[in-house]
Design a protein around this ligand. Structure first.
Ligand code: ADP
Length: 506
C-alpha cells in the first residue's frame, strides 16, 4: 500500500527482521525503531499512519510510547504485538484505544487479517479527510465567488440610485414621478436581496465581524420605529414602541438595527391588516443586557417548522414565497448576527395567533444619554464648499453621478480613470481632497495611494487627504486602507452627509 507510512518498533532482532520482510510485502514505506524512546522520537519528527509495536522494551515501553504519540497525533493507528500472558497490559491497551493486536505466536494468517483491517480503516479515514478538505475548499471558493458577484451587481445599482435621486429633484410630471418611484422601489428590493446574499456568504466564509461602539439605543430604536411605522400604516397595522431606554451602551448598533429591521419587516409582511405589532426594547442596567422583542398578531408558524426556521433558505412552505416573496435568508443572518453579539435569537409562535421573536445581548452601559437633538432638515446640497478635488474612478456612470453631486456642492474637480492617471494629476496639481476608488484597472486605489504618499515624502509636500470609495467594505478593509496611507473611507453609494463632514474638516 503506497499511501500508508508505517513505523515498526521492536527491540528483539529475531522478531524484527523476519517481520520486517513481511511488512515490506504489504507497505512501501516502513521505518523501524529499537525501543519506545526511539519510536517516540521518530513519531515526533514524522507523520506515521500506522505504528506496529512490541510492549516490553528497554528505555520506554510500548504503552508509554503509544500514550505520548497519541498526544501528538490522535489520528495514528496502533497494532500491538503481545502475548496471552500479558493480560494486565491488554486491558490498559484496550482502554488506550489501540486498533488491533497480534498475539504471539504470530501466524501469517493473523498478520494478513489484522493488516488488511487496520489499513482499510486508514484508507477510509484518508478518503474522508480528503473529502472534508475538498468540501471546505469548495465552500470557500463559492463564498468568495458570491461576495465578488454581489460586488459586481452592486456597482451598477449604486450609480442607478444616484441618478434616480438626481431625477427626483427635477420638475417631473406625475406619471414620470410614479414610474421613477417604481424603479427606485424595485432597485431597493434588489439591493436588499443582494445585501442578504453578501452577508450570508460573509458569515459562511467566517468574515463577518461585529463592532463595539458607544451609542444611544433609544435614538436608534426610535429611528427604526418611525421608518417601519409608516410601512405598517399602509396595511393599517399599528406599530407600538415600548421601551425603558435611558443609558448609552456599547455594542454594534448597525447589526442590532439590521436584525430588528428584518424582524419588523417579517412581522409586517406576515400580519394581516388592522392588527397590532409591538416593538419592545428593555435595558436591564444591573445585568447590563439589552432585550429586544418583536411581537406580531400574524399568521404564526406551525410547531413542526419552528425548529428549522433559522436554517438557510428556510421558508415555512413554498406558497409563502409565491405569496409574500423573500429569500429565506433574513432569519439565518439575524440568528448568526445575534450569536456574534453574544446572544441567541429565539421564537415562540402559534398558528393564526402570532409570533414573538426575541433576543438578549450583553451591552455595557456607558452614561446617561443626552436628549434627542432635533435634526436639521436643510437640503444638504444647498451648502457650498470652495475646494478642489480629484476623483479617481473608472466607472463612467459613477463619474457622472459624482460630477453632478460635486457641482451642486460648489466644488471644482478633476477626474482620473485609474491609479496611473491619478498619480500624473497629483504631480501637476494641488488638491484639497482625493476621492479614490478601490477597484480599478491598470492600477488600483491602494497602489496609487502608496505611490502618492511616496511622492509626498520625497518632495516634502504637505499631506493630501485621501478617502477611499468602496462598494463593498469587508471586515479588515478599513485597516487595509489606513495601512496603505488613506485617511478615511466612504462607502458607495456616496453618502453626501458623510462627504460634507469630511469637507468641513479640511
Ligand atoms: P424571508 O422572509 O426573506 O423569506 P426569513 O428568513 O426572514 O426569510 O424568514 C423565513 C421564513 O420564516 C418566512 O418565509 C416565513 O415563512 C417565516 N416567518 C418569519 N417571520 C415570520 C413571522 N413574523 N410570522 C410568520 N412567519 C414568519
Amino acid at each position: 500500500m503506497k499511501d500508508i507510512k508505517v513505523l515498526f518498533v521492536e527491540d528483539d532482532e529475531e522478531i524484527m527482521l523476519p517481520f520486517l520482510d513481511i511488512l515490506k510485502l504489504y507497505f512501501d514505506d516502513v521505518d523501524t525503531a529499537n525501543n519506545g524512546e526511539e519510536g517516540l522520537k521518530k513519531a515526533t519528527n514524522n507523520k506515521y499512519d500506522l505504528v506496529i509495536t512490541d510492549i516490553e522494551m528497554p528505555k520506554m515501553n510500548g504503552i508509554e510510547m503509544i500514550k505520548k504519540i497519541k498526544e501528538i497525533d490522535d489520528k495514528t493507528k496502533f497494532i500491538v504485538i503481545t502475548a496471552h500472558s500479558e493480560r494486565e497490559n491488554l486491558i490498559k491497551l484496550i482502554e488506550l484505544g489501540v486498533d488491533g493486536f497480534l498475539i504471539k505466536p504470530i501466524t501469517s494468517k493473523q498478520i494478513s487479517k489484522i493488516l488488511n483491517k487496520v489499513s482499510g480503516s486508514i484508507i477510509k479515514d484518508k478518503k474522508l479527510m480528503k473529502y472534508i478538505q475538498e468540501t471546505e475548499r469548495l465552500s470557500k471558493v463559492k463564498s468568495e465567488f458570491v461576495a465578488n458577484m454581489s460586488h459586481e451587481i452592486r456597482t451598477p445599482l449604486n450609480s442607478m440610485f444616484g441618478f434616480i435621486k438626481i431625477l427626483q429633484e427635477k420638475d417631473l410630471d406625475e406619471e414620470s414621478k410614479k414610474y421613477l418611484n417604481i424603479i427606485e422601489k424595485s432597485g431597493e428590493n434588489l439591493l436588499i436581496i443582494i445585501n442578504d446574499i453578501l452577508d450570508f456568504s460573509k458569515i459562511e466564509a467566517g468574515k463577518m465581524g461585529v463592532e463595539e461602539i458607544e451609542f444611544n439605543p433609544k435614538e436608534e430604536i426610535e429611528v427604526i420605529h418611525n421608518l417601519f411605522a409608516s410601512s405598517a400604516s399602509e396595511k393599517d397595522i399599528l406599530l407600538e414602541l415600548k421601551n425603558n431606554l435611558k443609558w448609552c451602551i456599547t455594542s454594534d448598533p448597525t447589526r442590532i438595527k439590521q436584525v430588528i429591521s428584518n424582524l419588523l419587516s417579517n412581522a409586517i409582511k406576515f400580519t394581516p391588516k388592522h392588527k397590532k405589532i409591538i416593538l419592545n426594547a428593555q435595558y436591564d442596567e444591573n445585568k447590563e443586557e439589552l432585550l429586544i422583542e418583536v411581537i406580531d398578531g400574524g399568521i404564526g408558524i406551525p410547531k413542526e417548522k419552528l425548529e428549522h426556521i433559522f436554517e438557510s433558505f428556510s421558508q415555512v412552505d413554498n406558497s409563502i414565497t409565491r405569496k409574500y416573496g423573500g429569500t429565506g435568508l433574513g432569519l439565518t443572518i439575524s440568528h448568526k448576527l445575534i450569536e456574534l453579539l453574544g446572544g441567541e435569537l429565539k421564537v415562540e409562535s402559534e398558528v393564526d395567533k402570532g409570533s414573538k421573536f426575541y433576543f438578549t445581548i450583553p451591552a455595557k452601559k456607558t452614561k446617561f444619554c443626552p436628549k434627542n437633538e432635533k435634526i436639521e432638515t436643510k437640503n444638504i446640497l444647498d451648502e457650498k464648499f470652495n475646494k478642489h478635488i480629484l476623483i479617481v474612478e473608472d466607472n463612467p456612470a459613477n463619474q457622472m453621478f459624482m460630477k453632478v453631486i460635486l457641482n451642486k456642492m460648489g466644488l471644482t474637480f478633476d477626474i482620473a480613470n485609474d491609479g496611473f492617471e491619478a498619480i500624473e494629476k497629483f504631480k501637476n496639481n494641488t488638491y484639497d481632497l482625493i476621492l479614490m476608488d478601490e477597484n480599478m484597472p491598470n492600477m488600483n486605489g491602494i497602489e496609487a495611494t502608496k505611490k502618492i504618499r511616496e511622492i509626498e515624502k520625497e518632495n516634502n509636500l504637505k499631506h493630501t487627504i485621501i478617502v477611499a470609495l468602496t462598494a463593498n467594505a469587508l471586515d479588515g478593509d478599513k485597516e487595509r486602507f489606513i495601512l496603505a496611507g488613506m485617511d478615511d473611507y466612504l462607502s458607495k453609494p456616496l453618502d453626501v452627509e458623510k462627504l460634507k463632514t469630511i469637507l468641513e474638516k479640511l
